[in-house]
Design a binder for this molecule. Structure first.
Ligand code: SF4
Length: 376
């Protein structure tokens, strides 16, 4: 049974020169590195700009000072250890602080640093909180990657959630089918267990993170198929990342290939202004134009994704551009008064985040944002 070896030190990567490793050690001292033999085998090492390499191999530009460790202030919504509650109906349980590999542009890289106390292996306070909040009908297991937990531990969490009648949807955010499909292929009990708790009116969803069409290998498609055959619904979300998928043809290919495998494209996110992410980020308007061009080459099934920013105040969808203005809408809002709020701003080609538009108006206070919409 093949099991890819995990790689956590640069000296385990013979394709990097001694000099490269020495330089990049400075980066990995700050932001953790992790990959594995399977994922590294997808890299074209002859191409220094290879998109798969960009996803997982550190780069010196990560040391440029830009962004915040918790760019969307996720920790602000922590209610009990390991649980975030931002929107009425949705709770996040952060059940793990490790991923199959680490995306260099990760928006939660803070969780992989020493001293992180946002995740928990003891889900009891989170489960209790969900039990006491009957409005919560949708729970996202995230982290880190929940599919890295043993099948037994994961079942223990899912079983407890299934005992709460108001929880209808359980979502699992995972890049394991991409980073290490062998986790699913080698352990058929995992898919079987998920299928057991995915009822006709209480489904389990796996939210995949395919970023590039080359990640859709024979093995990753097999892993996803096993989940689907067990009765799990599969969708995909990806950030738009410079040098990875900031090309309309690449993005269209990703959407189309996902649809051929029954994985619905769900969200394309603007790269959060997370510390160290400057070289991975694409300005909002450029990203939206790439997204719209990509959609022109897709069937209806392949172009179901929305483009959004996961902002402190809510999930803000970008819905259109004219020569002079950009149009956005609160797809989800932390403040119920802002739900569905439509916003129009003057175009700003330099904008990387909602705040770069918000600053056009005089409402720079977070509290104001939570109290009233920033539209005009
Ligand atoms: S899969 Fe998600 S949480 Fe894990 S490293 Fe990548 S972006 Fe971060």
């Amino acid at each position: 049974m093949y099991k890819p070896k995990y790689l956590t030190r640069l000296k385990q990567i013979p394709q990097l020169s001694e000099e490269e490793r020495e330089h990049l050690n400075e980066v990995t001292e700050r932001f953790a590195f992790r990959s594995n033999e399977y994922y590294n085998s997808l890299i074209n090492w002859d191409d220094p700009e290879d998109p798969i390499r960009r996803i997982v191999i550190p780069e010196m530009q990560e040391l440029e000072e830009w962004g915040e460790l918790d760019a969307s202030c996720e920790s602000h919504y922590k209610k009990v250890p390991g649980l975030e509650h931002k929107y009425d109906h949705i709770a996040l349980l952060l059940v793990n602080d490790v991923c199959g590999a680490y995306c260099r542009f990760c928006f939660r890289k803070r969780l992989f640093m020493n001293g992180n106390d946002e995740t928990t292996r003891d889900v009891s306070p989170g489960i209790e909180y969900i039990r006491n909040h009957p409005k919560i009908n949708n729970v996202l297991l995230t982290g880190g990657d929940p599919l890295l937990l043993s099948t037994k531990k994961l079942e223990n969490v899912i079983r407890q959630l299934r005992e709460i009648k108001h929880v209808r949807i359980i979502r699992i955010g995972s890049k394991l089918p991409v980073f290490n499909p062998w986790r699913i292929i080698n352990d058929p009990e995992l898919a079987e267990m998920l299928g057991k708790y995915s009822y006709s009116d209480h489904k389990i969803y796996v939210m995949n993170h395919f970023n590039h069409p080359r990640e859709l290998t024979r093995e990753s498609r097999k892993a996803v198929s096993m989940l689907q055959e067990a009765g799990v619904i599969t969708v995909n979300q990806t950030p738009l990342i410079a040098g990875v998928n900031d090309d309309a043809n690449v993005l269209a290919e990703l959407f189309n290939e996902l649809s051929y495998s029954g994985i619905a494209p769900y969200y394309v996110f603007i790269c959060r202004p997370t510390l160290g992410n400057y070289s991975y980020a694409v300005p909002v308007e450029e990203a939206y134009e790439i997204f719209e061009q990509a959609r022109m080459h897709c069937s209806g099934l392949a172009k179901r994704a929305r483009m959004a920013m996961s902002h402190f105040t809510g999930k803000i969808e970008i819905v259109g551009l004219t020569d002079s203005h950009i149009f956005m809408r609160y797809h989800r809002a932390a403040n119920p008064e802002q739900k569905g709020r439509f916003m129009i701003y003057e175009r700003n080609p330099e904008a990387y985040w909602f705040d770069d538009y918000r600053n056009q108006v005089d409402d720079t206070c977070w509290n104001d944002d939570l109290r009233m919409a920033t539209s005009f």
